[in-house]
Design a protein around this ligand. Structure first.
Ligand code: ZN
Ligand code: ZN
Length: 269
């Protein structure tokens, strides 16, 4: 299937039809930036048990919670911070509201626990580019096995990668990434990579405080949780664009800013 690169008008159409409001009580549950999540598909995961089969987390970040765990370790490596690996994992679990909410995914043709996650796949291929070390990868793989043992299973995405744009989203609305776009030759399936910037920031602020309070990350004297939040944000941008440069190199990037009523502005970056 040929991939359609989306222009601003097409992205507008997609966002208009696929937007949905963020639910306050679910706003810290995550999914990956992957464009293959379905609005109405049964997610083969713990997540689908939370409310109903149509539930899709609004907060989209590279690799979902597995990616966020990798991000904390990379931040520590990059900025020379001391970390307690187990406390980092437990701190993230607390912020997502318990082990059963830990979100990660694979896909039907790669299998494994997270091999079908493009972000995690790139991390495995070239962890140095993500400021990670071999021992970090071993820790992530150990935690994946632990999650499986506890019956916290990955979402299994289906189908081809058809992402034709990158959306950087701000506001209290989210976007389903898959869409049937009307074209001259009938309806065509399209997808977008979606990063929910404002929800990611909001959760990361709370996570930074949690990690400090729990002694999971030890900062230099004079540095506080705002510093940790800042360096995690810098590293998050590194991770996001490292993966986008690898998986969506020539894709246009659009910022989508929602108002409270679901109205939005789109700008090409
Ligand atoms: Zn795959
Ligand atoms: Zn992924």
């Amino acid at each position: 299937m040929a991939k359609i690169i989306l222009n601003k008008a097409q992205v507008s159409q997609l966002v208009w039809d696929n937007r949905y409001p963020v639910k306050e009580e679910e706003k810290f549950l995550s999914r990956c930036i992957d464009g293959r999540y379905e609005k109405n598909s049964k997610l083969k995961s713990q997540m689908s048990k939370l409310e109903n089969n149509n539930f899709l987390p609004a907060l989209s970040i590279p690799g979902a919670d597995l990616g966020e765990l990798a991000l904390i370790l990379a931040t520590a490596n990059d900025f020379g911070l001391a970390v307690d690996y187990e406390k980092v994992f437990q701190g993230l679990i607390k912020v997502v509201g318990g082990l059963k909410n830990f979100s990660y995914h694979t896909d039907s043709h790669h299998g494994g626990l997270a091999l079908g996650c493009g972000h995690f796949g790139q991390i495995l291929k070239d962890f140095v580019a993500y400021n990670l070390q071999k021992k970090d990868i071993e820790f992530l793989e150990e935690k994946l096995k632990f999650l499986e043992k506890k019956d916290v299973l990955p979402v299994i995405l289906e189908g081809e990668h058809l992402e034709g744009a990158v959306l950087l989203i701000k506001g209290d609305w989210a976007v389903y990434p898959r869409y049937y776009l009307a074209t001259d030759e009938g309806k065509k399936l399209v997808e977008v990579f979606a990063y929910h910037q404002s929800l990611a920031d909001e959760r990361r602020k709370i996570l930074a405080k949690r990690l400090i309070d729990d002694g999971a990350v030890v900062l230099y004297p004079g540095c506080d949780e705002d510093y940790l939040y800042q360096v995690m944000s810098d590293e998050a941008e590194n991770h996001l664009f490292e993966t986008l440069n690898r998986l969506g190199k020539d894709l246009p990037i659009y910022s989508v800013v929602f108002d409270a009523q679901g109205g939005f502005d789109i700008e090409k970056r």
